[in-house]
Ligand binder design. Structure first.
Ligand SMILES: Cc1cc2nc3c(=O)[nH]c(=O)nc-3n(C[C@H](O)[C@H](O)[C@H](O)COP(=O)(O)O)c2cc1C
Length: 394
């Protein structure tokens, strides 16, 4: 009897261990990001055989909201590319005007034109003019036409930084970047309708940090925003392989022990995920030697949204090329849009204007910069063929 109980216990332990082993494998508990969802980071330069499509390998590695990858590309005859907003890949009430979607498209255009120049084209960009409107239809919409005239191949350190640029949500050191960083970033980001403002003074940074935390609390208290964000959170290896998009725990900037535990345990519900986000925002993400904002004249102007996105991509590539880490922290502007959608009184727009000391401008993007404790990992990408526009779209 005693023997058979021991055998039973042994068999039970074996099944448990096998089950645990399966879960560890299935969820990729010890695995760092690798495999097909990350392959586009290795093929980022494409090949001569790709022709006009070649710079698109770099375009799809751009920053974009929640890694929704809201883009489609159409190569027309032999000399132009049309960029479309794939508007079904939206964040709903988190981005009710699709303003962030257009910033992300601007980021992709920046990578595209940098790569095109290196490969010997002279790209000429014509953004589609117009205003962003509330909850637009989901059909793809052309947002820019890019003519690719022949040119001379060139070298570009920002192009070379493309595969090394990753959003870093972890701890930043208490080390001031030199004053040249602010000057360099300001120069790289500026444009007639785009300005960048840096906050290095501790008081101003504290006020901005409070605003970001306040906005995060509002967002997680808004059931619709929380649900719309949760749709793009991917848990475990399988989900990442199936979708090749979204935010996963590998990219959350958490310590590796927390990441492993998070993958092993059952999936967290949206409320628990939100609480982690808030805690991490307070403890880690609002702390950096530099906080700042990208400003435009009109945040709902389509061309200005693209230009602001291009500015962020240039800044983040400059950061990557010089060993700096960067993270967008857009909660306050997300609240401005959500309040506008609901016709609610808003204080965030005014607070951002006061903090950035720019009355005739409005913030469309908030970020932090600094030296990170640990490098960030790449995020998944869909294959280029999946984002080439096939006929049938309007
Ligand atoms: C318009 C825009 C808004 C973003 N907002 C945030 C944000 O508020 N918090 C954050 O951690 N990352 C934010 N990101 C970063 C994206 O989540 C990130 O670019 C995406 O997941 C792809 O990852 P990668 O930048 O490492 O390639 C934003 C990016 C863009 C372009």
């Amino acid at each position: 009897m005693a023997i058979s109980r021991r055998v039973l216990i042994g068999a039970g332990a074996g099944v448990l261990a096998a089950g645990l082993g399966y879960r560890i494998w299935d969820r990729g508990v010890f695995a760092s990001p690798s495999g097909e969802p990350y392959a586009p980071w290795d093929h980022w330069q494409g090949g001569v055989i790709d022709g006009l499509k070649r710079p698109l390998h770099a375009a799809i590695l751009a920053a974009n909201p929640h890694d929704t990858q809201p883009w489609l590309f159409e190569v027309n005859a032999s000399d132009s590319i049309t960029v479309y907003a794939d508007r079904i890949r939206n964040l709903g009430s988190f981005d009710p005007f699709r303003r962030e979607m257009h910033l992300g498209l601007g980021c992709a255009i920046e990578n595209l034109v940098r790569a095109a120049q290196v490969f010997g084209y002279t790209p000429y960009i014509r953004p589609v003019a117009g205003k962003l409107t509330l909850s637009p239809p989901d059909e793809p919409k052309a947002i820019a036409h890019i003519t690719m005239d022949p040119g001379q191949p060139s070298r570009d350190p920002l192009f070379e930084a493309i595969p090394n640029r990753h959003t870093n949500r972890g701890l930043y050191r208490d080390r001031e970047p030199g004053s040249g960083v602010v000057t360099g970033m300001t120069a790289v980001a500026g444009d007639e309708n785009v300005r960048v403002v840096f906050l290095s003074d501790p008081g101003a940074r504290r006020d901005m940090a409070d605003l970001i935390i306040d906005a995060t609390q509002r967002i997680i208290g808004d059931a619709q925003m929380s649900a719309d964000s949760a749709r793009w959170i991917r848990t475990g290896r399988r989900e990442v392989e199936d979708h090749r998009d979204g935010i996963s725990i590998d990219n959350a900037g958490l310590p590796s022990s927390t990441v492993m535990l998070g993958k092993l345990l059952p999936d967290l519900d949206a409320a628990t995920q939100d609480q982690y986000w808030l805690d991490n925002t307070k403890s880690t993400q609002v702390h950096a030697p530099l906080l700042g904002a990208i400003l435009v004249k009109d945040r709902l102007d389509m061309a200005q949204a693209l230009a602001a996105g291009r500015a962020w991509q240039r800044m983040h590539l400059t950061a990557a090329a010089t060993g700096l880490a960067a993270q967008p922290l857009n909660q306050p502007v997300e609240c401005v849009d959500r309040n506008a959608q609901l016709g609610r009184h808003d204080t965030f727009r005014h607070d951002l204007q006061k903090l950035t000391n720019a009355n005739d401008w409005e913030a469309t993007f908030v970020f932090r910069l600094g030296y990170a404790e640990r490098p960030a990992l790449p995020s998944p990408r869909r294959p280029l063929d999946d984002v080439m526009k096939s006929s049938g779209y309007a």
